[in-house]
Design a binder for this molecule. Sequence first.
Ligand SMILES: Cc1ncc(C[n+]2csc(CCOP(=O)(O)OP(=O)(O)O)c2C)c(N)n1
Ligand SMILES: [Mg+2]
Length: 905
Amino acid sequence: MLKQAGNTVSVEKKEIYDSRLTSGARSGGSNGDKWSQSLQSVFELALESQGPERTARLLEKLAGQLRAAPRGVNTPYVNTIPPEQQAPFPGDRDIERRIKSYIRWNAMAMVVKANSTTNVGGHISTFASSATLYEVAFNHFLRARTENFSGDIVYFQGHAAPGMYARAFLEGRLDEKHLQNFRQELAEGGGLSSYPHPYLMPDFWQFPTVSMGLGPILSLYQARFNRYLQARKLVNWAGEPKVWAFLGDGECDEPETLGAITLASRENLDNLIWVINCNLQRLDGPVRGNGKIIQELESAFLGAGWNVIKVIWGTDWDDLLARDKSGLLIKRMEEAVDGDYQKYSVEPGSYTRRHFFGKYPELLELVNHLSDEQIQRLLRGGHDVRKMFASYKAAVEHKGQPTVILAKTIKGYGLGEAGEGRNITHQQKKLNEKELREFRERFKIPISDDVIAETPFFRPPADSPEIKYLLERRKALGGFLPSRRVAVTPLDVPKLDAFAEFFKGSTSEASTTMAFVRLVSVLLRNPAIGRQIVPIIPDEARTFGMDALFKDIGIYSSKGQLYEPVDRASLLYYHEAKDGQILEEGITETGSMASFIAAATSYATHGVPMVPFYIYYSMFGPQRVGDLFWLAGDIRAKGFLLGATAGRTTLNGEGLQHQDGHNLLHAASIPTCLPYDAAFAYELAVIISDGLRRMYAEGEEIFYYIALYNENYAMPLMPAGVEDGVLKGLYKFKPGPEGKKLKAHIFGSGPIINSALRAQEILAERYDVSADVWSVTSYKLLRTDAIRCQRWNMLHPTQPPKKSYIEELLAKEQGAFVAVSDNIRTVPDQIAPWVPGGLFTLGTDGFGRSDTRARLRRFFGVDAESTVIATLYALAEKNLVGRDVVAQAIKDLGVDPEKMQPQLI
Ligand SMILES: Cc1ncc(C[n+]2csc(CCOP(=O)(O)OP(=O)(O)O)c2C)c(N)n1
Ligand SMILES: [Mg+2]
């Protein structure tokens, strides 16, 4: 029975496949018609013999069974495009094969060479499996930027980088020296970066991809951002660029890869094409040894509403499938798991004959005419240029949905015993002479025996048919790829006086978040750059008081607003519009960050500078999606990141998971990021105004991280001449009173500067101490400047030493220095080595808790009283006051010396 049932299933699948062959209809074509005719006649018979009521009951019962029946979302394990619907391949297959073989060789040679003298690593087998996927795309589809066209956007799989370099070598864009120095970037003359890194190769790479999952999610949001630019008429493209992402099947394990795919179908992103190289292996072994990654991905993508094109079998299989009348071949294809297929790629043809075809005698007969050698060479779809061309063509022509191409390949294809299909192949970096000879023979590389051991690079002469063909193809497609070009007109950014209202101070209380929202509204109204502003929010606009912007500038929605919003009558209604300016991303920090990056690189990608302001819960910033923050540095992003509701004690009620006291440190670790911790509205205005100048007028490829807080207090008037200090990271905000016995200095940042200011009063009134209060806007910038000077001094020991900004500024200051921060102590400690006589730091180390700000600040020891005690203690440490004074202050100020430790370990 079971066997019969199995057969029935496979025969049905065979019928479906056959029907595709004959009618091409995905739904089953004529086969479907037969079924519908049969059901119709049974229905009519029932109606006639049983009457309408009983027929209705019978049908209801059947419908009930249908609802309960399990329904998968898979099509048979064969190519989606049947042979007769396949677009013919327009290229010269022989020349393209030779070009591809040379690229294969050079890609392998650069890794092998590098590892013959160094241990710098590299990957051979990823590109070996995807060479055809890339070559067909390069020769026929990927369009570069030209005067009239913005250029397709291509995310290359990071580990396939050697293949891209090897192609650029044939194109004459790179020379032997570059290839020789693969992964040796510090060698004389420079070298090639391991993976796509725009920071390291700014004229070549556009998009970093090697942290798995980031390329895919960036590509999704990039495709959507392209639509946003068009909807807002910020670009005027003759044709819409396609966004292509090449990724690995193992990479699909990353939540970033699959986690946002419904965005693409929801937004009808038919400008997006993913090519997943299903070589069935990842780093350690099979991706789904016990299952089928292609089928698993197919159901995920079909379920998510994508157009799915499977390219599983090469042309050789078409004949076998056509001749198999029993449906057994498809049944066998479906029975075998990926672990089996990997084994077939490693074993000789005789093994596949015995174990794959041999399971059913009919299948053995089907391949009787093939030698073992021919069986072994039966191509997988991803290695067949004709199949790949047809799938790409179908993808670029598909309307209304994004497309994913699932191409089956063999990892390490062509490496033979050196790694083809082997579990070790991902790490294979060396080939012995025998293996090199085999590789050469297989791909017919004209390299002689006497030099083969040196793995020389091979480039045919410039006038060879191969080079001419390759250059002609790229010319027809607009030029070379990958290629990064920055040709952008500077923006006419507002001068500082445009922000005058923020310098006046206010008696009414406000938070820095409120000041920021106000500042964005000012910028949005600016005639020169208002339209370039891109506010990005992950479902927190109301938290930050940004809902006021909804009505003014609208929330971007490709569908406009199809419903009457419930709050339509109110002033601040939820206003979605086709040309809306706000990107309201929903609850996805990853997606929001991907949007930020698309906007932040628009100056390079499209030559259209955009000014993103991405505001989010500070805790869910760098620590949540730190790898994307890091990537923002590599990709040379420009824009503003606003870590709102920062501060371990300032955001008080939300407790441990929300209270951020350390993301400034994460941000500080990114080389191109300027982290600022602003205390006052005018600081914010000075920082943002200068950021606009540096990034969009001067063209610096940097970005800003600004901590914003939600504590309300009166915003002071800007003291004269502090702009430079605000930008450099430190300035004296309020000197202590004259005529006191003792001198001290308190560094404060963000709202905690108010602890310093109250401590200043107490110290003066009760302890005869004049404490200057300084605002520290950026510990990182002070530190980097100091390190730069220190390093120069070390390397130029006999020359007059340079002094950093902080050293200059504090040189003449006397007394004790204390820092108080709503962040962990490591944040202020960054500058300790350059503070005269050392720095005593108060911070919020340990987990946060829910309570009032007052109690939290006492608990962590960052309130005014704790700051007074710390200042007296720092003075006592210098023997400037007696320890009894400190003991008395602890009593006077009511601080419990035995209170709980916030940080236990
Ligand atoms: C986020 C992240 N985790 C881990 C790695 C290490 N790593 C590099 S390649 C690789 C396997 C990739 O497999 P797959 O995506 O199938 O690509 P293939 O090389 O097979 O084409 C892993 C785990 C990485 N680069 N990024
Ligand atoms: Mg793989």
